[in-house]
Design a protein around this ligand. Structure first.
Ligand SMILES: *Cc1c(COP(=O)(O)O)cnc(C)c1O
Length: 408
């Protein structure tokens, strides 16, 4: 849905144009209770068919909605809200974050093209680059996420796009988006960025010059670990191709997931502030523990890209990586298996805390960790930090005990 849609026009007519605070925007974005008898929330429209009163209306497509896949008042509400928050020309909704990533890539690439992808890219996107994109005849190069303007040296005659993720998965390396955008402009490349960690609240990607901004809505937008959703917001020049491919692939998100995202949006700022404070308290505590080699958290000094984070971001969220000094893997298992408040599982962005062991000998982590180190990714939820710290304290003690045993 583009920013000139009917709902967007109706909402603009409400006169909420300049300089609203983020909280106010989040509460009112995409909402028009007058349309629904005054009920506060946009209803869940479950729809395929939309009936027309006459043949003329049907064939002339005179009505605002045509078919379920093409949009409902529910999907339109979220698209409008995100259009406003991201500041793009249009937003599309996808059934998952991953489908949003592959859609964004495919919308600016053709057979014979070359794309530059950050080496810290989310694993399943890398899988899609190495499989799907290569099968479609697209050449892929992975570059170190810390590369700035020098990335110009990687550009070839057939390079068409740069794909960023900042901070990147697992290694949490922050990228110099303004420098990369300036380089991309010189060479006429599209810039795609996965901004799921920062959300539209902590990083203004379009303002920084990004063409296609991806959110894994599954994470903080929904925020409650109960649904899957992805979104892509486009700059004016990237919008027509994105919209066309989204239509051709027949992508649409489920009405319940969209409703959950709209509901999540209303509390996004409050939740993120809490995730931020909790994660910082836990991360700083971990930094002081003797079993910990380092903590990879963009808001901590010494974390890769910290200075860039400080310059470009307005906050940090709940996900970061802990590098543990060398211990046997059984010690890591003892640490994680007994945790009371950290669930063991994939994904993140929900209200609850999560822990996940990472292979420190793989990918970007290898360069950031001494040999033998173990890594754990934590998502700090909305629990009280002192309870999480006590839980981790007991876990590190269990880890230590196993490590000692292993030395006997
Ligand atoms: C989880 C994640 C995705 C994929 O989102 P899904 O909704 O799980 O498909 C994409 N990018 C990043 C950075 C993620 O963490």
């Amino acid at each position: 849905m583009s920013s000139d849609s009917l709902l967007a026009q109706a909402l603009q007519a409400g006169g909420d144009a300049p300089a609203l605070g983020t909280g106010t925007r989040l509460v009112h974005a995409g909402r028009d209770p007058k349309r629904y008898h005054g009920f506060v929330n946009t209803p869940v429209f479950r729809a395929s068919t939309v009936l027309s009163p006459t043949v003329r209306d049907l064939l002339g497509r005179t009505q605002p909605y045509i078919y379920g896949r093409r949009g409902t008042p529910t999907s339109e509400a979220l698209e409008c809200a995100l259009c406003e928050l991201e500041g793009g020309a249009g937003v599309v909704l996808c059934p998952s974050g991953l489908s949003a990533c592959t859609l964004a890539l495919m919308s600016c690439l053709e057979p014979g093209d070359h794309v530059l992808v950050t080496d810290a890219v989310y694993g399943p996107v890398r899988h899609a680059c190495d499989g799907l994109l290569r099968r479609l005849g697209v050449e892929v190069s992975y570059f170190p996420p810390g590369t700035g303007a020098e990335l110009g040296g990687w550009v070839k005659e057939n390079t068409r796009a740069v794909y960023l993720e900042s901070p990147g998965s697992h290694s949490m390396e922050v990228q110099d988006v303004p420098a990369l955008v300036a380089m991309a402009r010189q060479h006429g490349l599209r810039v795609i960025a996965d901004c799921s960690w920062a959300t539209p609240l902590f990083f203004k990607a379009h303002a920084a010059g990004v063409d296609l901004v991806i959110q894994a809505g599954t994470k903080y937008l929904l925020g409650h670990s109960d649904g899957m959703l992805g979104t892509v917001s486009a700059s004016p020049r990237a919008w027509p191709a994105l919209k066309a491919l989204h239509g051709d692939l027949g992508l649409c998100a489920g009405p319940d997931e969209i409703f959950l995202a709209l509901r999540g949006l209303r509390s996004l700022q409050v939740r993120l502030r809490q995730h931020e404070q909790g994660a910082l308290a836990v991360a700083r505590w971990l930094q002081q523990q003797e079993q910990v080699a380092r903590v990879l958290h963009p808001a901590l000094e010494g974390s890769p890209g910290h200075a860039v984070w400080k310059r470009d971001f307005t906050g940090s969220s709940g996900l970061f990586t802990v590098v543990l000094k060398p211990v046997p893997f059984a010690a890591v298992e003892a640490f994680l298996d007994g945790l009371k408040y950290f669930g063991l599982g994939y994904s993140w962005g929900g209200f609850e805390s999560l822990a996940l062991p990472l292979d420190a000998s793989e990918g970007r982590l290898r360069a950031l960790c001494e040999p033998g180190c173990q890594c754990v990714r934590l998502h700090v939820g909305l629990e009280d930090p002192q309870d999480l710290i006590a839980d981790l304290r007991a876990g590190l003690d269990r880890m230590q005990a196993v490590d000692m045993d292993s030395l006997l």
